[in-house]
Design a protein around this ligand. Sequence first.
Ligand SMILES: Cc1cc2nc3c(=O)[nH]c(=O)nc-3n(C[C@H](O)[C@H](O)[C@H](O)COP(=O)(O)O)c2cc1C
Length: 199
Amino acid sequence: MQTADVEVEQEKILAADAVILQFPLWWFGMPAILKGWVDRVFAYGLAYGFKKAGNKYRYGDGALKGKRAMLSVMIGGPEKDYSPRGINGPLEQLLFPITHGTLFFPGMGVLPTHAVYGTGSITAEGVAAAEEGWRLRLEGLFNDALIPFRSQNGGDYPDAHVLASHVAVGQSGLLAHIASGQLAPRSAEAVPQSVDIGA
Ligand SMILES: Cc1cc2nc3c(=O)[nH]c(=O)nc-3n(C[C@H](O)[C@H](O)[C@H](O)COP(=O)(O)O)c2cc1C
């Protein structure tokens, strides 16, 4: 049983084909007010404990299965700081608790994150480039490849807790839970994953 305002938000999610969380990056995560929305709306019975079956439905299975989700993140710093060896750590790894732990957990398919970098020094041209980049991403919302997170019930986790010994051999940590073994942007593909408008 949820409060009426939370129920309204849950109904919006259940009615949606895709859920986009758009936020400025604050201390390498979402602002507290958005986190508070997630904490209240992604509640028992919907986002976890689906069908009152404990952890049976999670990571690729659950009430939100069949929907798509994407993060759209505005970032003050330059893309370089979030590159594979960048000082902040790769963006998609920093956001793993949201893409994997919050969106994939209740069953949604998650697209690679859309990022706009250098927002602290945005120019009119930068805004135009960001708008075009976002338009392209939205075009692919229902067609672009999802991050290939491993699903709990797809065979990779025989006890529904830990990866089978023959899966992701020699790997541990976050990237072991992605079938491709990498979370990096698909730089070879036509649609840009990010726009860097800063220095
Ligand atoms: C509280 C706070 C925390 C922030 N943390 C980060 C951060 O971790 N990394 C970063 O690159 N920029 C950070 N920034 C800069 C924001 O990402 C930047 O202001 C935002 O993308 C621009 O959107 P806005 O105009 O809505 O503020 C932070 C800004 C604030 C106010």
